[in-house]
Design a protein around this ligand. Structure first.
Ligand SMILES: *Cc1c(COP(=O)(O)O)cnc(C)c1O
Length: 494
């Protein structure tokens, strides 16, 4: 299957391996498969008795057609191996009123692992399939979760080096410690004096600088990206929706063919868009509930058909959803409106920070998606009440979706069963969770994790617990204008 740009029909079609290697289309669009493959009822039923890696290989084979199923199975088996995921990779837990799909059992305790444990392996194969002889240098600016998950995923992957930039005062103590203590020979972690935008703009400037490209070329290096604009990060996320459905049928929670709703805590629209692709393939999903925090640009969009990023930005207790430009929404627009109108919408977004859907496009979006947002107080209350009433400990991102799901179920009178996606371990945001439960905030992340453990008796995930004994390897702090120099220096020392 070929891949095409979301913005033009004239852009050359490329293979799945090339789409993964390249990331972004030259016209600024995102790559999408030419058509969405279907999953028949028989195929779905054939997945019931398979392991997670086997299910993943079967589903990915439909999208990544120039990888063999053996290659995919070797990669999924390694990515989702028991030593990387403490429990099953994507288990479903039943609460009294809904189901929770837990995606935080990987090495960095956030759902980014589901994609970033697998994508580096696909990327490495893509380099070989595309006969790429240069070394890939992946640059990432992070506000916390993506950087750590990319570091774990790309560590010691052949033919690839990764450099991560984060704002020195813009990530949580645990997130910083996770990155500073990262192991692996092909990695670099650099703190920037400034905020996330400074880091992000610095990376973007390096990507678009021809002089940098020439300098790196001389050193046998080309640049690539690890964020969710790459289809290689999206494809692995389709799998867990299908896998969760299989598990629910298998344990008798739902009937075969029963339609369920899905609630997703959303930032960049990657995770929920993967659920939409699963629905398009034929998985019986009804409503896709897009849950936002105080930065509710998506809720407003789903209510009005107007996307408008011109608004204040809030730093919230669910920081991984603090986003005003949800990049993957472009892929939904493409499927609904086609490349020409998508290009026009994106042009308006770039020039005015806003666009308005046509009534037909808006009606189609509304056929699948509902948006709801939750403020800070409600988020904390949801963490507390879910623990006190249901004995289930949840992180603030998941709480945003739980709160939306419960409100929606009241409106819909729980017509259909609801699957809520849980995106992080409560221990990763231990300070906020402790505050939600007790009203006090411990000053330090590890201390908060210990408090939470004493309070609830829940085990601290091993990768977070190990941080108290880990050695700091990366402590360099630079000024943002020094980023190009730092990148060249890293590219030289191979
Ligand atoms: C990245 C992230 C999200 C948002 O996911 P998107 O795919 O960007 O919508 C939600 N919760 C957590 C914990 C995350 O790390």
């Amino acid at each position: 299957m070929d891949y095409i740009s979301t913005r033009s029909i004239n852009c050359p079609k490329i293979s799945s391996a090339e789409a993964i290697k390249t990331g972004l289309s030259p016209d600024g669009g995102l790559y999408m498969p030419e058509h969405i493959p279907t999953l028949t009822n028989e195929e779905l039923a054939s997945l019931y008795d398979m392991s997670y890696p086997e299910r993943a290989a079967k589903i990915l084979a439909k999208f990544l057609t120039d990888y063999t199923e053996e290659e995919l199975l070797a990669d999924t088996a390694a990515a989702y191996a028991p030593e990387r995921f403490s429990a099953a990779p994507a288990p479903v837990t039943a609460l009294s009123d809904l189901f929770i799909l837990e995606l935080f059992h990987g090495p960095t305790c956030a759902f980014k692992d589901m994609a970033l444990q697998l994508m580096p392996r696909l990327f490495s194969r893509a380099l070989i399939k595309c006969k790429e002889e240069k070394t890939a240098l992946i640059l990432t600016a992070t506000s916390g979760d993506t950087g750590k998950a990319a570091l774990e995923g790309y560590r010691d992957i052949p033919g690839v080096r990764l450099q991560v930039f984060y704002p020195t005062d813009g990530v949580s103590t645990l997130q910083k410690l996770q990155m500073q203590t990262q192991e692996g020979k092909n990695l670099s972690v650099i703190a920037i004096r400034g905020n996330f935008d400074d880091a992000q703009n610095g990376v973007k400037a390096i990507f678009s600088d021809p002089a940098m490209k020439a300098e790196l070329d001389k050193r046998g290096v080309f640049l690539s990206s690890a964020n969710s604009i790459n289809f290689g990060r999206l494809a692995p996320q389709i799998v867990y929706y299908i896998s969760a459905y299989c598990d629910l049928v298998k344990n008798g929670s739902i009937a075969e063919g029963e339609v369920i709703d899905v609630a997703v805590p959303t930032g960049n629209f990657g995770n929920i868009f993967a659920a939409f692709l699963a629905k398009k393939m034929g998985l019986p999903i009804g409503t896709l509930l897009c849950a936002s925090n105080r930065n509710h640009v998506l809720t407003d969009f789903l209510e009005s058909g107007v996307y408008d990023r011109n608004r204040p930005f809030f730093q919230t207790i669910s920081p991984s959803m603090d986003i005003l430009i949800s990049s993957n929404l472009e892929r939904l627009l493409y499927l609904i409106a086609g490349p020409e109108r998508t290009a026009a919408y994106m042009k308006n977004l770039a020039e005015h920070g806003a666009y308005r859907l046509t009534p037909e496009d808006f009606a189609e979006v509304r056929r699948h998606f509902v948006g709801m947002y939750t403020d800070e107080e409600e988020t904390e209350r949801t963490v507390r009440e879910t623990y006190e009433k249901q004995n289930y400990l949840t992180d603030p991102h998941t709480a945003v979706a739980l709160c939306a799901a419960r409100r929606y179920e009241k409106i819909r009178k729980a017509e259909r069963k609801m699957l809520v996606v849980s995106t992080a371990s409560p221990y990763k945001f231990a300070k906020t969770v402790t505050h939600a439960l007790t009203g006090n905030t411990p000053p330090d992340g590890i201390e908060a994790a210990d408090r939470l453990h004493t309070l609830t008796g829940r085990e601290i995930p091993a990768p977070l617990d190990a941080l108290r004994r880990a050695t700091i390897r990366f402590s360099e702090v630079i000024e943002a204008p020094d980023m190009p120099k730092t990148v060249l220096h890293f590219a030289e020392n191979q």
